[in-house]
Design a protein around this ligand. Structure first.
Ligand code: FAD
Length: 509
């Protein structure tokens, strides 16, 4: 690994502990020992390493507010990063030389941080959850009431604050929007250390700014999230295509259907690397079916897998096959290559965890992850396929799942900080790569090549879970939202205390 490609910071910077920090009332919850700071110096990506000076294990949101306030009023403010599970891949949850806040501490040993309630005088329900909570725990708790949030991520062992700082997308987002479109209210600690409540009506600028705001404006300590009656079962289907045009046409058909259609639509590229690493996200195929799919992939080099799901109640089980068949009749997958499975709603939503367990058992989870996630406008998805799937990736292999699925712009709120392409339909492309031999540079070079290809061809993509090192790139990323974002930063985090790992604001405003 070449050291100059890692984001190291000068050692002299690291040993400077913010003055007065250990005299605060919260000092007994601040750890400065090298074991602790080393643990908080990298993330799931393992591409970036930069230790903080200290780590705060907060016992309440007030502890976080006290820390941020102390920094804000210091002569030399230090940076503070909330860290959910550190599932970022480019150091976004790091605070080089500053203080990392271990968000899960807020909920440790407590069972009052997820509360399901009914809206005043109405029939709608919501759940109030601590920003540190994992989505899997939110699911477990809401299911006790027969309810569940409606928009998810593929993997549920992520924190609520972490995904709401990005967007939170999965196969339900075409219908319900990303997770950020399903929030009623937030409690936030701003970069001045103020605790504020915000919603569509109360402090709306902060509310919209924080959602998709990459942790730049505030630390989410509570979110009020929409829930609805949870389905009991899921008929989960995978359909194989050898032709990209039919694959995307069918995906777009499925997301254009009404509420009566599929409840979840995703898709992926299956390449010649049939190893577990390319398909860790879930166990789906039987050994026999997998052999059949692999044979087809070896004939065509790369094939596409449309993944859809229909939710249902046990009481309507008798009609679900009929419903699925009526959808399948409209689609153009390879005859004989439709596979279906029946699982509980919980098993369906938590499907990626199985893959995680398998990779962990093989020592393949804690490896470098040079992931690239981008949103590509529908009008250019075919060019992307030819240039990237059939071009850049073809002679290599994907070294991990490659996700491809369409989303709808009208399900995103323009006022929120998250950025998407300016087209009614755009594709979420995720190259979720694992460098199992530690050799991540060539995969990262390939990611750069993909981005260069998009620039050259004028494909107006947007990075999701973005990573840039120059402010000019961030300005381009935010586009028309940049000025508003800078104004909000001036208002809520004028001393640039929060979330330094993104490197959006590196000099004073
Ligand atoms: P961290 O990585 O710890 O933090 C992420 C960012 O948010 C940092 O900038 C941090 O400072 C900030 N932050 C953390 N907590 C808070 C808070 N409470 N308030 C304000 N800012 C905060 N994403 C999807 O959208 N869809 C997916 O299907 C999906 N699948 C994934 C699968 C895997 C295996 C992994 C590793 C990631 C996946 N992600 C997915 C990406 C995920 O959304 C991001 O990693 C996200 O950052 C959440 O991770 P985290 O909770 O560990 O946050």
């Amino acid at each position: 690994m070449s050291p100059q490609r890692l984001s190291h910071i000068p050692p002299s910077f690291l040993i400077t502990l913010p003055q007065g920090l250990l005299e605060l009332d919260i000092a007994d919850r601040i750890y400065v020992d090298p074991d602790t700071t080393t643990r908080f110096s990298t993330d799931f990506g393992r591409l970036t390493r930069a230790p903080p000076s200290a780590v705060l294990y907060p016992s309440s949101p007030d502890d976080i507010a006290a820390l941020v306030r102390f920094s804000y009023f210091s002569l030399h403010p230090f940076t503070v990063a909330a860290r959910g599970c550190g599932h970022s891949v480019r150091g976004q949850a790091l605070a080089p030389g500053g203080v990392v806040v271990d968000m899960p501490s807020l909920g440790r040993g407590r069972d009052d941080r997820i509360n399901v309630s009914r809206g005043d005088g109405s029939s709608f329900w919501y759940v109030d959850v601590g920003g540190e909570q994992l989505w899997i725990d939110v699911l477990h708790e809401t299911l006790k009431h027969g309810l569940a949030p409606r928009s998810w991520t593929d993997y549920l062992h992520l924190t609520v604050g972490g995904t709401l700082s990005n967007a939170g997308v999965s196969g339900q987002a075409f219908r319900h929007g990303p997770q950020i479109s399903n929030v009623y209210e937030l409690e936030v600690v701003t970069g001045k250390g103020e605790m504020m409540i915000c919603s569509h009506n109360e402090n709306p600028a902060l509310f919209y700014g924080v959602l998709g705001g990459l942790g730049q404006l505030g630390i989410i300590t509570r979110a009020r999230i929409a829930v609805e009656p949870a389905p009991e079962r899921v008929r989960w289907a995978r359909l194989i295509y050898t032709d990209f045009v039919s694959f995307t046409r069918d995906q777009e058909l499925l997301i254009s259907m009404s509420e009566e259609g599929f409840d979840y639509v995703e898709g992926s590229l299956l390449m010649m690397d049939h190893s577990l690493i390319g398909n860790w996200r879930s166990s789906f195929f039987s050994d026999r079916d997998w052999e059949k799919v692999k044979l087809l992939a070896s004939q065509f080099g790369a094939i596409y897998c449309l993944e859809g799901a229909v939710y249902y109640e046990l009481a309507t089980a008798s009609s679900v096959d009929q419903k699925l068949d009526s959808f399948l009749k409209q689609l153009s997958f390879v005859p004989g290559f439709a596979f279906a499975k029946d699982v509980s709603y919980m098993a369906f939503l938590d499907r990626v965890h199985d893959g995680e367990m398998k990779l962990r058992s093989m020592g393949l989870w804690d490896v470098p992850h040079p992931w690239l996630n981008i949103f590509v406008p529908k009008s250019r998805i075919r060019d992307f396929e030819i240039g990237v799937f059939k071009g850049i990736l073809k002679p290599n292999n994907s070294m991990g799942p490659v996700l491809i699925y369409p989303l709808k712009k009208n399900k995103w709120d323009e006022k929120m900080s998250a950025v998407i392409p300016d087209e009614e339909i755009f594709y979420s492309i995720g190259l979720l790569r694992s460098a199992i031999m530690g050799d991540w540079e060539h995969l990262d070079d390939q990611n750069d090549e993909i981005l260069r290809f998009c620039h050259r061809e004028g494909i107006e993509y947007k990075q999701y879970l973005p990573h840039y090192t120059a402010q000019t790139d961030w300005m381009k990323h935010f586009g028309l939202k940049w000025n508003v974002f800078v104004d909000l930063k001036r208002r809520y985090d004028p001393k640039l205390v929060l979330s330094p790992g993104h490197r959006i604001f590196t000099s004073s405003l």
